[in-house]
Design a protein around this ligand. Sequence first.
Ligand SMILES: C[S@@+](CC[C@H](N)C(=O)[O-])C[C@H]1O[C@@H](n2cnc3c(N)ncnc32)[C@H](O)[C@@H]1O
Length: 326
Amino acid sequence: MKMLDHIEELSWAYWKSQVIFAGVELGVFDLLTERSKSSIETAQELGTNPRATEMLLNALVSLGLLKETNGKYENKAYTSEYLVRGRPLYQGERIHHMHNLWDRWARLQEAVRTGKSVVGDTVTDPKRLEDFMASMHSSGTKKVRLIVKKFSLKSFKNLLDLGGGPGVYSIEFVRANPGLTATVFDLADNIEVAKRCIKEAGLEDRVLTRVGNCLEVGLGHEEYDVVFVSNLVHIYAPETNIGILKKCYEALESGGKVVIHDFLLDSSGAGPLFPALFSLCMLLGTCEGASYGKKDLETWLLKAGFKRPKAVRLDKDSGLVIGEKQ
Ligand SMILES: C[S@@+](CC[C@H](N)C(=O)[O-])C[C@H]1O[C@@H](n2cnc3c(N)ncnc32)[C@H](O)[C@@H]1O
């Protein structure tokens, strides 16, 4: 019976996703942060239908995101921390990005039949690109804290942040390491967003930018002492990644390190759950991407010339794999 419940729950699990998308995008959590409100008050302030709003609020309570006392609803402490716009660890943009992926997940069977992406490799719609960068910003603010704890950048001076997106990692790395300068390298449209974030952080003198496509151009010759490659290798096939890592090797001084940050599959390839499902997300959204395991990354590092590859787990889904240039 328990297994039957499990099967049934999987068939309607997407209802839960739609409930959190609605909560975030309608602004429910922004509203219920200071004081509790009835469903009628909530509906008035959100401009939504009162009966439907009560249903949504009750669903949010059942998912553990709100609490209800005497007909008044309010955020739980953790919902206020992560789901209220403007809070330092706000994750609403990440959740909105997950909603944007809805259409492609609906075409999973087509992708499995053909083995091909249903959307192509790059995000071209400017609004979608902006949403994607905002999502990377949300997830980065959370992840960078873990990385700073597990890998010290104290001994480095010059970091290349390859495929650095909005530059969150570089910004936090230089903040935590006064002797460090970073360069965010990315495609032209993304560098525009990175420049904005760097300016907002007031770090234009210590976080530089470089526009380029790392599949088409080199990354320089012995210019950096550390190259950070975060969430880039899952976009590409193993051979492509070895080519990228060879360019990282060339760009590093001797004694320098490459630090790959990504989701990591275990040796079975069927877990942990998020990386296993993320592989399908890459099938849907990229030409040749997938999730990989620690062994894959270590093998590529050796093939690219690096020595002593070493893995550091960050959390249950992700880790760092580090290689050294001798
Ligand atoms: C999934 S995002 C990761 C962003 C950031 N490093 C992070 O961990 O949040 C991948 C980034 O790599 C960039 N990228 C992908 N292919 C690239 C290429 N061939 N050359 C330069 N940047 C690339 C994308 O534009 C995007 O900003």
